[in-house]
Design a protein around this ligand. Structure first.
Ligand SMILES: *[C@@H]1O[C@H](CO)[C@@H](O)[C@H](O)[C@H]1NC(C)=O
Ligand SMILES: *[C@@H]1O[C@H](CO)[C@@H](O)[C@H](O)[C@H]1NC(C)=O
Ligand SMILES: *[C@@H]1O[C@H](CO)[C@@H](O)[C@H](O)[C@H]1NC(C)=O
Ligand SMILES: [Zn+2]
Length: 571
């Protein structure tokens, strides 16, 4: 007792009045320090620092156009042919033929070999074999898990890591009820003089056919790669890719080792116009994913003598609470949207001054206003906001079986897309907190993400089987020769230097989710662009189409990218 008192008030005890004054002095001192810090931060931000503009531009360096240097007469001829009407006509026929194979993948597909609906993929493979004879004679090709297609064009220099190009053969099913809404039947491959129509035209047959056309012509032109080229085509991307990409990726990691590939390009984002500039935004990250199943167990009984709150009422309260506590927009330093904002600030004439003021600058670390930036940027709308915000949506609900029986088991499924920089465990922790609050109120037990069996009077939380952390972010440095610099240089060679490159973020997931071990340099990117076509070609909906110009650009891009990667001085 005595010791404790000594510790608390060493020396002579002060009079109560002196103590009170000291307390106020401390408080005022602290307040003054905070205000001073605020003032210094604001002053630093307000000062127009001499090197600021140059520094800002350096935050988003643009590489020079990169054109393959090897120019044999037949390669020259090939490049001319790629720009010819003859090629255009042939390419239209090849694309149209590919769309005519209805390679739909259904959510409820059974095992391969048992469920006959998979067999359409045989037709797809046969179509490719017939259409690209040189690819199928000059390259090694193998089938992985029956329908996965893996092509290897062996390079002469084994010290170079391979370039991997991906696409998927399958398409989203066309619902019977929507067939009538199509201007042209979904599997006719109709060409209207400018566009090729049909399910899969832009997602993802333009890339599948585009890659094969590029390689077919390179073989024909006598091109001999130094760097191995791998083509990896899954067949169930639209239903999560486990059978296709999942198996192909592990074959490739076994073959080339962890981080054994130089680069991967798969389907993804394209061109995005903002602030008076046109950006190509290859996806360098993907958000995470977690479904959480919540189950409320409450006593049953006859509804003529109900308790004040039954399972449905309690679940409703929990859902209301979940929705009342959404995730804050947050721009973590690795989020590509922050990089995109910097590119806007560096190059775009109409970049909003308000956003510019909130961007992290060259001197601040302590004065970061990251979250204010995220909040301001989020005002551009939900499409933008969810590029840097974990989303939550209760999507499925059930409970109760009969009008005179109280619900004993009520279930809800809450879907989340996890922000870059956060983790599925953040989602779990937040939901556990909220469930505990409700549980306390109604005297229920919480089983949060454990294997324990459900008990009466409980709330159980379980993570769904598709949980996926946010993807590792692809490096976008252009110092020296990097995969991103080759990709950027190729794109600017094709489209000109008015077009800017900036890091992008995929709101959904692609087949690349299985390939994280194969390389850090993964780009989700649709290289074909027709300035006349707005939007994404109606993917996943009626009247999907691809512009022929965009498709031809796709072929040209792959052809150039393969050669540029071949000449790139990097492992
Ligand atoms: C391409 O097709 C169009 C329309 O069928 C035809 O008029 C044109 O002559 C063809 N061009 C070449 C070079 O084959
Ligand atoms: C809460 O539940 C426990 C057993 O589950 C019971 O012993 C206790 O009396 C309950 N308390 C209230 C306030 O209902
Ligand atoms: C093609 O897709 C675009 C979306 O990118 C859509 O606006 C258009 O109506 C579709 N059809 C044609 C012929 O462009
Ligand atoms: Zn796709």
């Amino acid at each position: 007792m005595l010791e404790k008192e000594t510790l608390l008030s060493p020396g002579r005890p002060e009079a109560p009045r002196t103590q009170k004054r000291r307390y106020w002095l401390h408080l005022i001192g602290l307040l003054a320090a905070v205000l001073l810090l605020r003032f210094i931060c604001d002053a630093l931000d307000a000062v127009s620092w001499g090197g600021y503009e140059a520094w800002m531009v350096a935050q988003c360096p643009q590489v020079e156009p990169l054109v393959p240097s090897q120019k044999t007469p037949s390669l020259r001829e090939m490049d001319n042919y790629l720009a010819s009407n003859k090629f255009r006509n042939e390419s239209i026929a090849r694309m149209s033929g590919a769309v005519q194979v209805p390679s739909q993948s259904y959510d409820d597909l059974g095992p391969i070999g048992e469920d006959k609906r998979w067999d359409i993929m045989y037709e797809m493979a046969a179509y490719l074999e017939k259409t690209f004879p040189l690819v199928h004679s000059a390259l090694q090709w193998e089938k992985v898990n029956t329908h996965g297609l893996l092509y290897t064009w062996e390079g002469s220099d084994k010290s170079l890591k391979p370039t991997v190009l991906m696409a998927h053969q399958d398409v989203v099913p066309v619902a019977e009820a929507t067939v009538g809404q199509w201007t042209h039947p979904p599997f006719e491959g109709f060409y209207d003089g400018e566009y090729i129509w049909g399910r899969g035209a832009s997602d993802d047959k333009t890339n599948l056919i585009g890659i094969l056309e590029a390689v077919e012509l390179l073989i024909d032109a006598g091109f001999k790669p130094a760097r191995t080229l791998v083509l990896s085509f899954g067949f169930d991307e639209e239903i999560s890719g486990e059978q296709g990409a999942g198996r192909l990726a592990s074959v490739l990691v076994d073959r080339y080792g962890k981080h054994g590939a130089a680069v991967i390009v798969d389907e993804g984002s394209g061109v995005y116009g903002a602030w008076g500039s046109t950006f190509f935004v290859p996806g360098v990250a993907e958000k995470g994913y977690i479904d959480v199943e919540i189950i409320v167990r409450m006593p049953g009984g006859h509804s003529s003598v109900p308790p004040a709150h039954n399972g449905i009422g309690v679940m409703s309260e929990l859902i209301t609470m979940i929705e009342a506590n959404p995730y804050e927009p947050r721009l973590y330093s690795e989020n590509p949207y922050l990089g995109f904002l910097k590119c806007g600030a560096a190059h775009s004439p109409e970049f909003p001054p308000k956003l510019r003021k909130l961007l992290p600058t060259h001197r601040d670390t302590a004065c970061h206003k990251k979250d204010k930036l995220a909040l301001e940027a989020a005002k551009a709308g939900d499409l933008i906001k969810y590029l840097f915000t974990t989303s939550l949506a209760p999507d499925v609900i059930s409970g109760g079986v009969k009008n005179n029986a109280l619900p004993e088991r009520t279930r809800v499924l809450v879907n989340h897309r996890v922000n870059i920089g956060e983790h599925s465990s953040d989602v779990k922790a937040k939901l556990t907190d909220l469930a505990e609050t409700v549980a306390k109120k109604y005297n229920l037990t919480v089983h949060a993400f454990t294997d324990e069996a459900e008990t009466p009077l409980s709330i159980s939380l379980k993570a769904g089987p598709l949980t996926l952390e946010p993807a590792p972010v692809t490096p976008t440095s252009v110092e020296g020769v990097t995969p991103y610099s080759v990709l950027s240089g190729t794109t600017r060679a094709l489209y000109g230097t008015d077009l800017l490159m900036a890091p992008g973020l995929m709101p959904g997931n692609t087949d690349t989710r299985y390939y994280w071990d194969l390389t850090r340099h993964i780009f989700r990117f649709n290289p074909g662009w027709d300035p006349k076509q707005e939007g994404m070609g109606n993917i996943h909906t009626v009247d999907e189409n691809v512009s022929v110009l965009a498709h031809i650009r796709t072929v040209q891009w792959y052809s150039m990218f393969i050669r540029n990667m071949d000449e790139a001085s990097m492992a």
